[in-house]
Design a binder for this molecule. Structure first.
Ligand code: G1P
Length: 281
């Protein structure tokens, strides 16, 4: 499940008309990076949660026979392959969020599409730079423990107020049993240095929990609060994943991620090296 119904306020004015998930990172939009990670992690179906005006996201992931035909006629083989790849990554189902009531509400909007299944949930705001991908690492932890799994990252205390924060009751290596969750706590009140990052394995119990969750931080129905409610009935664990998540949801994060990936990419590294050579970096 990829909740992609947000307003993209951190990226205005770029996202006034363009959904933030369609901003390109190197040569492909953010949504494609997310779906590629999901597929590489074993997902066999994508449920996209969209708000009105964001239909282009689903269109990017569908085949485009007219464009393919045109590229074929013109002998644009590489472009044709890239377009076909994007349109055939996965089966995609679209769920709708009627109003911007928060991430928890967006997840709840996909309840019918997901049904009674344990599922992977990912926010497209971060790209996984990890092998295996962060989502796969979470699924591996789920296969070991059988519970919902959160992606945990240690962050400096002064940064914790940007994230959901997990209170930890028990630790087994990189696995931590979660005993409480607070969305965006002030640094002084944070119960740990563990931030919840935008990757989750969730059991279907999350839907009942979210139905009973009242608006919290920012007046929105928070996924963090829904998971907190699940703790009353089942265990939730977190995994400190190997590798990195790279921010593409803010202008500075997006820029740094593009620069970093470009430096390692055979097609783009010479363009970046040219800028670096002029004293840019
Ligand atoms: C969301 C979640 C938060 C999590 C963060 C990770 O917040 O609500 O718990 O820590 O993603 O990026 P947002 O970034 O949408 O404010």
């Amino acid at each position: 499940m990829i909740p992609a119904a947000g307003l993209g306020t951190r990226f205005l004015p770029a996202t006034k008309e363009l959904p933030k998930e369609l901003l390109p990172v190197l040569d492909r939009p953010v949504i494609q990076w997310a779906v590629e990670e999901a597929v590489a992690s074993g997902a066999d179906e994508i449920v996209l949660v969209l708000a009105e005006g964001k239909e282009a996201l689903a269109a990017h992931l569908r085949p485009d026979p007219a464009l393919e035909h045109l590229l074929e006629e013109r002998g644009k083989t590489a472009e044709l392959e890239a377009v076909r790849h994007a349109g055939n990554l996965s089966r995609v189902t679209v769920a709708r969020q009627a109003a911007p009531r928060g991430l928890g509400d967006a997840v709840l909007c996909a309840a019918n599409a997901v049904g009674d299944r344990t599922f992977l949930c990912m926010l497209a705001d971060d790209l996984s730079l990890a092998e295996p991908p962060v989502l796969r690492q979470l699924w591996n932890a789920h296969e070991e423990l059988g519970t919902s799994i959160l992606a945990l990252m240690r962050v400096p205390k002064e940064q914790i107020s940007r994230y959901g924060c997990a209170e930890i009751a028990e630790t087994r290596g990189k696995l931590h049993r979660v005993s409480g969750l607070v969305e965006k706590p002030p640094a002084a009140e944070a119960k740990s240095e563990f931030a919840v990052m935008g990757r989750y394995v969730l059991t279907p119990a999350i839907f009942a929990a979210l139905r009973e969750t009242q608006p919290g931080a920012l007046g929105e129905i928070q996924l963090t609060d829904g998971i907190g409610r699940m703790l009353e009935t089942e265990e939730v664990w977190g995994v400190e994943f190997d590798g990195e998540l790279l921010d593409v949801g803010t202008p500075s994060g997006w820029l740094a991620t593009n620069m970093r990936l470009a430096r390692e990419h055979p097609e783009f590294q010479s363009a970046v090296a040219a800028i670096d050579g002029t004293g840019g970096a």
